[in-house]
Design a protein. Structure first.
Length: 366
């Protein structure tokens, strides 16, 4: 049996190498919460709460996650005995919602369990791949020319799919320009729910551009609107914000609200529900890929491990650390080479936190 004897919460702030803008906001730095859970034998597993700072992508923020992690999740897991992370996930589920906060603890539990079992995290989750295909996500740029420059850089680096953020007023023209300049590069667009339900005109134009997918056109709960749009398009709709729980995926499947699923560890409350979503999607014939929240090395390692599962047939947002950070919080960065990230073969996450750098970048610790 495993018993968590101590939990450490650490708020860590890193600057981005380049401002990243979506349909709702722009960011120049990120602050995430690292969770370290230590068991009765002194073994420590690390997780990451990769919530946004403001309530734009979701209702959760760094401040809300800090409070929930400190006041509710830490007391819930401390002293509880469990044999498998799924058992601890059931304990965490007593806290409603707060998926980002719960994800950090679930991730840390899986890291701890795989260390104790002496197996790589990817294998513990059911992963079969030795390396995972990597895509890259590009934000809204000041001009189309600057966007084309960014796409060119990432294509040269070998990324196997380019995702473009779009918003009303920044959609058809920049995407058409990218498609004209890079006619064979797999491209998809992500609206982050910025368009009003019933807006079909923009997406009909995008449908003609040979995209891999159109991600989250409408608001999270607009399942019917997504289904109605999907029925008019050849391009698959991919759901992101709409699927916070596995039950949301069931709803989407029954309604035909999308044909591809973006599985985010943070958005779904951890690796345990992420694996369940993968298994259901595979059973229903729905392709999946792993999305990202600009995670530091800890959360990025979990994404790599998850992406090793057999259903992740599309390139995932597991781009190298250098895409976002001049220096990551791990002793070695996550590296993307020729469009792939190698899945670690050592027990646990495969990447370890750098204590001295963490101490330098920590803004709060309990």
């Amino acid at each position: 049996m495993i018993r968590i004897s101590h939990v450490e919460l650490r708020r860590v702030r890193l600057p981005l190498v380049r401002q990243f803008r979506t349909s709702s906001h722009a960011k120049r730095e990120l602050e995430h919460i690292l969770v370290a859970v230590t068991d009765q034998d002194g073994v420590t597993g690390w997780g990451e709460i990769a919530s946004p700072s403001g309530p734009f992508y979701s209702a959760e923020t760094v401040e809300s996650c800090w409070a929930v992690a400190r006041d509710h999740l830490t007391p819930l897991v401390t002293g509880v005995e469990w044999e498998h992370p799924a058992e601890l996930a059931a304990v965490l589920a007593r806290v409603r919602g707060n998926q980002f906060a719960r994800a950090g603890f679930d991730m840390a539990a899986w890291a701890l369990w795989s260390l104790r079992a002496g197996v790589p995290l990817a294998r513990a989750l059911g992963g079969t791949r030795e390396r995972v295909a990597a895509g890259v996500s590009l934000g809204i740029e000041p001009t189309i020319d600057e966007l084309l420059e960014q796409v060119a850089v990432r294509v040269v680096e070998g990324y196997q799919r380019v995702k473009l953020k779009i918003a009303p007023g920044w959609d058809v023209a920049p995407v058409r320009a990218v498609r004209a300049a890079f006619p064979v590069v797999p491209v998809h667009v992500d609206a982050n729910g910025a368009y009003p339900a019933g807006e079909h005109g923009v997406f009909r134009e995008l449908d003609a551009l040979g995209l891999v997918m159109i991600e989250q056109p409408f608001a999270p709960r607009a399942f019917v609107a997504h289904a109605e749009l999907q029925a008019t398009l050849t391009t698959p709709i991919c759901l992101d914000e709409s699927v916070e729980e596995v039950d949301d995926l069931v709803t989407a499947l029954r309604l035909g609200a999308g044909r591809i699923l973006n599985i985010k560890v943070s958005r779904m409350g951890g690796l345990t529900p992420a694996v369940r979503a993968h298994d259901l999607a595979v059973a229903e014939g729905m392709p999946v890929w792993c999305g990202g929240m600009h995670e530091f090395g800890i959360g990025r390692a979990a994404n790599v491990a998850l992406s090793a599962l057999p259903g992740f047939t599309l390139p995932s947002d597991v781009s190298g650390s250098d895409k976002y950070y001049a220096r990551d919080v791990t002793t070695a960065p996550v590296v993307c080479e020729a469009g792939f990230v190698t899945v670690p073969e050592v027990p646990g996450l495969g990447w370890s936190p750098d204590p001295s750098f963490l101490a330098e970048r920590t803004v709060a610790l309990i």
